[in-house]
Every structure is written in structure tokens, then in C-alpha cells.
Design a protein around this ligand. Structure first.
Ligand SMILES: C[S@@+](CC[C@H](N)C(=O)[O-])C[C@H]1O[C@@H](n2cnc3c(N)ncnc32)[C@H](O)[C@@H]1O
Length: 392
């Protein structure tokens, strides 16, 4: 089916990739970030308008569908508290509303809408933000469900091992006299997928993705400790608390004290071994984040090289290889052991986790590429929902 769409907050074009596949033609895109615009233009060879708050509504062509993965700011601060009669004022949702309202006023409502946001949008500010958005769309004449549709790439018919629950708001304008579908899918058990058994990983990757020897040594250090204790830790291991008295019990919260005491007990139990181990790895002089391990696999994995790892401020986290936690930022790019090396996932693999085809041209700047795939919408999920909404 041929249809036209408007791509707001377009990023690198997750909506665009999915909708083009369904026969859509993009007639207008807006994105403020130049690095994302560069990638968008490279892939779609079209003009991308900048800041949506500065665009004349008359410049926007009519379309059958408007999409937006809009940044979510606090509605409460911008709303009634500041004396606006319009609760969306001061938020970027206001600009979506203005565009939809413009077309309603000239008696050419945009037929369909498809918006995406983080799951928190549905509970933010005691649900006031969610209710404001839904009421605003309904007032403009859109039929939308007042319950949220929360979907992740792990829920697709062919699940992608990437856990990314996002809320999708879809609607149809009442003037077209068509029923709003109830888009259904089966919420799948995320633990049933497996990154290593998927088509996401490349065999050969550039050397720059291979983990540096310092970090490999940190992983080996923790592996050696795991090999020498006879259980899998169900509490975070905080080596920086092994030796020292706990935080001031007056100051530290209960949960933290409990972890500290558990760590000190653990140290006392394995002291003979831990002291030798700590000396071998110069453990006491490592920076605090390297002195921490979060084993989140219970008994499902035996070694770190079977898990998905992340160096986080809270320590080295090891989780089951079933799925990648939602991609967000470059500092926490997931690490895997593959083809005899510990290495980061590459930007291309991150693109696949967001269901982008390999023909998609990605930024040559890795920092930007990781950030962009952390920001983008999952192409497969958009395709799934748009296909049902537009009945294509
Ligand atoms: C959550 S991301 C959406 C990503 C997009 N759906 C994609 O597929 O890549 C939100 C985007 O809104 C952009 N943005 C923020 N303020 C904007 C504005 N005033 N005008 C246009 N774009 C804006 C950000 O730069 C960011 O890329």
C-alpha cells in the first residue's frame, strides 16, 4: 500500500526504515541533532528539517501517518503549576499536538498516528503525563486506546535478543470512520532467546572492538575468584568493603549495610584464598568499580565467558546470554566472549539488535553510532505495529 508519512524527532530513521518497507514515502522529517541528520540523509537522500519548535506549520506537507519517538520531559512542571491552561505547553509533545491540530483545523486531519516512548511515560507523575497525552489526542479527534501497548523486540514473532520495553500509542482520526485495531501480540519470556544462537554476531570484527588487556585481566581475576569459591554469589561482591569497617551505620541505608555485612562475612570465610588472590591482582589498588562484581545468572551459567558482561559504575555485571539489556550508552556497551576473545558488540551488531538491515549505512564515528542505536526505535516492532494499524 502506498502512503505518506511525517517523521518527527526522526533520529537516524528507525520509523523510516520500517515504513518504507511497508510502502511508505516520507514527506517531512525533523531532527535537531546534526550527527543523526547526517546518517538519515545518507540513507534516505532527503531534506531533514531541524528544531521542530521553530518550523512553520504551513511548511509541513499533508500525510496519512505521523510518527514520533518524542523526548519525554516532565509535564507537571510545564503544566498547570506554571499557570498554563494547556498542560502540554513547554513540552515537545506540544509540537506534535500543534501539527496534528493544524491539519484538523484545515479539515485534512492526518489519518493515523504512531508515537513511541519509554515505558515510564505510562506511570510518570502518577499517570498524569499519560492521561494528558491521551486526553489531548482524543480532544483532537483521535481514537486511541487509553491503555498502553508495551512491546519489546523480544516479543516479535522472530524474537530479537534485545530487551527494550517501549510504549507505543497508535490511533486513527474519527473522521475516517474506521475502527481502531486492537494490536495484539504474545508477551514472550525473554529468557527463551539466546544471543549466541541468533544471527546478530559477526565472526570477524575489527581489532578495535577487542577488549583491552587491562579489562580482560579484570575479568580473569573475577573468574579465578569464582573458580575458588563453591557457590555463585547471589549478592553483589564489593571487594572495597571486604577489609574495612562498614559505612557509618547511622548514615548508610539498611539495604546497603546488609550487603556490606554479607561481603565481610564472605571475606572472613575465604580470607586465606582472597588475600593471595588480592595480592596477585593488586586488588586493593584497583579503582572501586573494578572491585565489584554483580553475578546475575544464578546457577544458569558457570563461567563469565558464557555471560553478557558490562563494565558499569556499580561493577562488572554478568548476566545470562539470553538477551541484551536495552542499548543505551557507549560506556556500557555489552561485552561477550566470542571467537576466542572478549570483545564489545560492534555498532553493526547493535544495529541488528534494533532490527536495522545490513544495508543501512551507519555512522563511521563509533561513539555516535552506539548513541544513535541506543536512541532509535526498534524497526521490527514499528513494522509489526504499523502493518496492523495500516492493514498493509
Ligand atoms: C528518542 S530519539 C528518537 C529516535 C528516532 N525515533 C530514531 O528512530 O532514531 C528523540 C530525538 O529527538 C531529537 N530532538 C530533540 N529535540 C528536538 C527538537 N526540538 N526538534 C527536533 N528533534 C529534536 C533528539 O535529537 C533525538 O534524536
Amino acid at each position: 500500500m502506498a502512503f505518506k508519512f511525517i517523521d518527527l524527532f526522526s533520529g537516524i530513521g528507525g520509523f523510516h526504515v520500517a515504513l518504507k518497507k511497508l510502502g511508505g514515502e516520507c514527506v517531512f522529517a525533523s531532527e535537531i541533532n546534526q550527527d543523526a541528520v547526517d546518517v538519515y540523509k545518507k540513507n534516505f537522500q532527503m531534506e531533514v528539517y531541524g528544531d521542530i519548535t521553530k518550523i512553520d506549520l504551513e511548511k509541513i506537507p499533508h500525510a496519512d501517518l505521523l510518527t514520533a519517538g518524542f523526548p519525554c520531559q516532565s509535564f507537571s512542571k510545564a503544566g498547570f503549576q506554571n499557570g498554563f491552561s494547556d498542560k502540554t505547553k513547554g513540552t515537545l509533545f506540544f509540537n506534535i499536538k500543534e501539527i496534528l491540530s493544524y491539519f484538523v483545523n484545515i479539515k485534512q486531519p492526518i489519518k493515523y498516528i504512531l508515537l513511541e516512548n519509554v515505558k515510564n511515560l505510562t506511570t510518570h507523575d502518577k499517570k498524569d503525563t499519560w492521561n494528558t497525552i491521551i486526553n489531548t489526542l482524543q480532544k483532537l479527534g483521535y481514537i486511541v486506546h487509553d491503555y498502553p501497548t508495551i512491546m519489546s523486540p523480544t516479543d516479535l514473532d522472530k524474537p530479537i535478543p534485545h530487551s527494550r520495553d517501549r510504549v507505543y500509542i497508535y490511533g486513527v482520526h474519527k473522521s475516517y470512520n474506521i475502527d481502531l485495531p486492537n494490536i495484539e501480540f504474545t508477551k514472550k519470556n525473554k529468557n527463551n532467546s539466546n544471543l549466541f544462537a541468533s544471527n546478530i554476531l559477526d565472526f570477524d570484527v575489527d581489532r578495535r572492538y577487542i577488549l583491552d588487556s587491562n579489562k580482560v585481566r579484570i575479568i580473569e581475576m573475577w573468574q579465578e575468584l569464582l573458580d575458588n569459591i563453591d557457590f555463585k554469589p547471589s549478592f553483589p561482591i564489593w571487594g572495597n568493603y571486604f577489609l574495612y569497617p562498614s559505612d557509618d551505620p547511622e548514615q548508610a541505608p539498611e539495604w546497603k549495610l546488609r550487603i556490606i555485612y554479607r561481603n565481610q562475612e564472605f571475606y572472613r570465610e575465604y580470607k586465606t584464598y582472597i588475600d593471595k588472590w588480592a595480592e596477585k591482582y593488586n586488588f586493593w589498588n584497583l579503582k572501586p568499580t573494578f572491585q565489584k562484581l554483580e553475578w546475575q545468572c544464578q546457577e544458569d551459567c558457570t563461567r563469565l565467558n558464557e555471560t553478557i558482561l558490562q563494565f558499569r559504575p556499580s561493577g562488572l555485571r554478568a548476566k545470562r546470554p539470553s538477551f541484551i539489556p536495552a542499548l543505551v550508552a557507549i560506556s556500557q556497551v555489552p561485552i561477550i566472549y566470542y571467537q576466542d576473545n572478549y570483545r564489545k558488540l560492534t555498532p553493526r551488531e547493535c544495529a541488528r539488535l534494533q532490527s536495522f538491515p545490513d544495508s543501512f549505512k551507519i555512522s563511521e564515528n563509533d561513539y555516535q553510532a552506539y548513541k544513535q542505536f541506543g536512541n532509535t526505535v526498534n524497526v521490527g516492532v514499528v513494522e509489526y505495529i504499523a502493518r496492523k494499524l495500516l492493514e498493509v
